[in-house]
Write a protein that binds this ligand. Structure first.
Ligand SMILES: Nc1nc2c(ncn2[C@@H]2O[C@H](COP(=O)(O)OP(=O)(O)OP(=O)(O)O)[C@@H](O)[C@H]2O)c(=O)[nH]1
Ligand SMILES: [Mg+2]
Length: 220
């Protein structure tokens, strides 16, 4: 058991070292890195499409898409105007710093301002692997249910911002917003939260402004 713990610690510290290198490369090029995490189908790619539609005229954006097997999401990001890089994890349930390191090799970082990483759809594994991005964003979505902060605390604890997507479905789905928010507040007090709908576009303005503000902070 002791040896197993040691191996896990070594893997994570190797990951952290490379995450540090990734961060340094982003900083050198003044590229803001966003790590988008969520359960499968919560709306990661939809939010990327909406973000690109809102920012692509003012910022040069690349998207790194982590997917178990396909390039469907990277194709969607490219169609929305981003330089898109696909990482097929071959079954792994998360991206790690090594994978992002490889993806950064293929990008002209000096020509970019924003890098959005779509992590693999999962509420457990991505929380354990730092990538070197500046901010981690969790997308919760209404049909997933209001108990998810209670069931996946590590993910809710470790992020810098929370998007609540699919609010257009609130009238049709049992989702107690107060119960959900109480769980979030317990784990991550005061976290900045963006209730929105990628379907209707409601609530996207404050989200886009927050991304713009993050970039401004980085350049300061
Ligand atoms: N009603 C509604 N549907 C949405 C909204 N946002 C996304 N969807 C739908 O939810 C489904 C999944 O959206 P994606 O953006 O592909 O989700 P994802 O998190 O990227 O999914 P994976 O990459 O497979 O984990 C699609 O059918 C979207 O059209 C929303 O705000 N409201
Ligand atoms: Mg996706």
């Amino acid at each position: 058991m002791k040896e197993r713990v040691q191996v896990v610690e070594n893997i994570l510290s190797a990951n952290d070292r490379l995450a540090g290198e990734n961060r340094a490369r982003l900083n050198q090029n003044r590229v803001l890195g966003l790590n988008l995490m969520a359960s499968p189908g919560a709306g990661k790619t939809s939010l990327i499409e909406r973000t690109l539609a809102g920012l692509v005229d003012e910022l040069r954006v690349a998207v790194v898409d982590g997917d178990v097997a396909t390039s469907i999401d990277a194709d969607r990001a490219a169609a929305a105007g981003a330089t898109a890089v696909q990482i097929n994890t071959g079954g792994e349930c998360h991206l790690d710093a090594v994978m992002l390191h490889g993806a950064l090799e293929g990008l002209a970082l000096d020509e970019l301002e924003l890098l959005i990483v779509e992590n693999v759809g999962n509420l457990i594994c991505p929380a354990s692997f730092a990538l070197g991005t500046h901010v981690s964003v969790l997308i919760a979505s209404v049909p997933e249910g209001d108990d998810k902060p209670y069931k996946y605390p590590a993910m809710y604890r470790g992020v810098d911002a929370l998007v609540i997507n699919k609010i257009d479905l609130l009238p049709y789905v049992e989702f107690n917003l107060d119960y959900f928010k109480a769980g979030v507040e317990m784990l991550n007090p005061g976290i900045v939260t963006f209730p929105l709908s990628c379907r209707t576009g409601v609530g996207l303005g404050p989200w886009l402004d927050w991304v713009r503000a993050g970039l401004k902070d980085l350049r300061r």
